[in-house]
Design a protein around this ligand. Structure first.
Ligand code: TYD
Ligand code: MG
Length: 455
């Protein structure tokens, strides 16, 4: 019996020390150290999923390595394929984070049930078999090749995996897993690190893709050590506003594809529905013209998306004016207000400003700036902007309208949706031929010009 040792782990970043410290020397957080039992000398570390195969690694030249294309298989869910960079890669380890109740379990149960040609193992440490059955009934999908295991010990899980030999494993969630090699409680830093490492070895050695569902802490990062994110191949984040039905699956890290990707779903009474044409739902169907409403031609990932921006500017009642945003960066709003104040002479300092991106979406594309600025102006002046007009441009500190990427795609999407006019940066116009377009393209140089052209 080897000696049990304890160590202190930072619950934020996973830093290990022998003594308790108030401040983590690695991530500078206070009061994050918790004592956990560790067993350094692990007697016999078998790989439970495999019969003894001795593999000796030696140096090879890159030329000697057989170039095999990474094997991928597509799921019936186009949005998931998209965020994974074109389907699930064999042997990959994918971590999916999200707030409780956002729909992580629903998303993966639904996908597992839809992958009918594969043998799927869904390991749940959070819900009972009956609960999962009830959810599957609610989703109204049947799959005989879908296997369920409610277990938290990795030893048992690997023993079952060895018997079943699944093509895909889903773990719900990594925080419930427990390896018998470590004594500390499930969800602690050392447990998460060790169980994730076991899953990683399993995925790589058997070429089976593994999805790990993870909880999220209050500040929005995935609970557990940062090393967890380094260990996995792909990190996805499932997010959305609890009060809206729309959910977004975002790529945070991807060894097999771009991180700019985005999948959109709608939570319905019987599961998540893919939203393949986001523009149609993100623009409210309105006939009349309202002040403070503009449409931005944004691109998230590879997909152009028209998004509605709503602003409300009112006289401030209290000494300090309020600035409230949903789906937009508050500092970015303050910057745009400062630009309007300085370059246009609009006194926003005595106004309350509320800004909303429709649908509960969070847009990170800077090209939304111009639409936000015009929505603010429109509400300030209480003058409506015509319905069939949209915007795509970034606003610089000196009030210049800057060029944005992939302008042709944005314009094409706007035209497809029946828009008649799009305002863009004049720097985007260079070298492009807009003569064949039905939509009118208006180039802008500075924010001062916006006002004259709009009102
Ligand atoms: P769940 O997948 O349990 O979330 P997570 O695993 O991220 O904690 O999602 C649960 C929520 O989704 C719950 O509030 C009910 C809702 N829901 C639907 O609206 N429709 C459905 O078909 C299902 C299965 C769940
Ligand atoms: Mg869940």
């Amino acid at each position: 019996m080897s000696k049990i040792r304890t160590a202190f782990f930072c619950q934020n970043c996973g830093y290990e020390t022998a003594k308790w410290t108030g401040k983590c020397p690695s991530c500078n957080q206070w009061n994050t150290f918790v004592e956990e039992k560790v067993q350094k000398e692990i007697p016999l570390r078998q790989q439970e999923w495999k019969e003894d195969v001795k593999r000796v690694n030696k140096i090879v030249s890159l030329d000697e390595v057989d170039a095999i294309e990474e094997q991928r298989f597509l799921t019936p869910d186009g949005e998931l394929n998209r965020v994974l960079g074109g389907g699930i890669v064999a042997g990959s380890l994918v971590l999916v984070g999200g707030e409780p109740g956002i729909g992580k379990s629903t998303l993966f149960l639904q996908n597992a049930l839809l992958l009918k040609h594969l043998k799927i193992l869904y390991v749940s440490g959070e819900e009972s078999e009956q609960q999962i059955k009830m959810r599957a009934n609610r989703l109204k999908i049947n799959n005989e090749q879908f296997y369920l295991l409610t277990e938290t010990s990795t030893q048992t899980i690997f023993a079952e995996i060895k018997k079943l030999k699944p093509d895909l494993v889903i773990i719900d969630s990594i925080q419930t897993l427990q390896t018998p090699l470590i004594e500390s409680a499930p969800g602690s830093v050392s447990q998460i690190r060790e169980t994730a490492a076991e899953m990683q070895r399993f995925a790589k050695e058997t070429n089976t893709p593994v999805f790990l569902i993870g909880h999220i802490t209050k500040d929005g990062s995935i609970a557990g050590p940062k090393v967890l994110e380094h260990m996995v191949d792909t990190v996805l984040q499932f997010e959305g506003d609890q009060h809206y039905a729309y959910r977004i699956l975002r790529t945070i890290k991807n060894r097999f594809g771009s991180t700019a990707e985005l999948g959109i779903y709608e939570m319905t009474g019987d599961g998540l529905r893919q939203v393949t044409n986001p523009s149609e739902i993100l623009i409210s169907q309105r006939e009349d013209m309202l002040s403070g409403v503009t449409i931005a031609a944004t691109i998230e990932g590879l997909r152009p998306m028209l998004v509605e921006v709503q602003a409300l500017v009112t006289q401030s009642v209290y000494g300090t004016p309020q600035r409230t945003v949903t789906g937009f960066d508050l500092r970015r709003l303050q910057l745009l207000l400062a630009v309007l104040e300085k370059r246009g002479g609009f006194h926003f300092g005595v106004k309350d400003v509320f800004l909303n991106i429709a649908g509960g979406l969070r847009v990170e594309d800077p090209s939304i700036d111009l639409a936000v600025l015009c929505a603010l102006l429109s509400s300030f002046e209480d003058l409506a902007i015509p319905n069939k007009v949209c915007f795509a441009g970034e606003v610089g500190l000196s009030g210049e309208i800057r060029a944005v990427n992939r302008i042709e795609q944005r314009i094409a999407e706007a035209e497809k949706l029946g828009f008649e006019k799009i305002f863009i940066s004049k720097y985007n116009k260079k070298g492009l031929d807009f003569s064949k377009l039905k939509i009118e393209v208006v180039p802008l140089g500075r924010v001062e010009e916006v006002y004259q052209l709009l009102f």
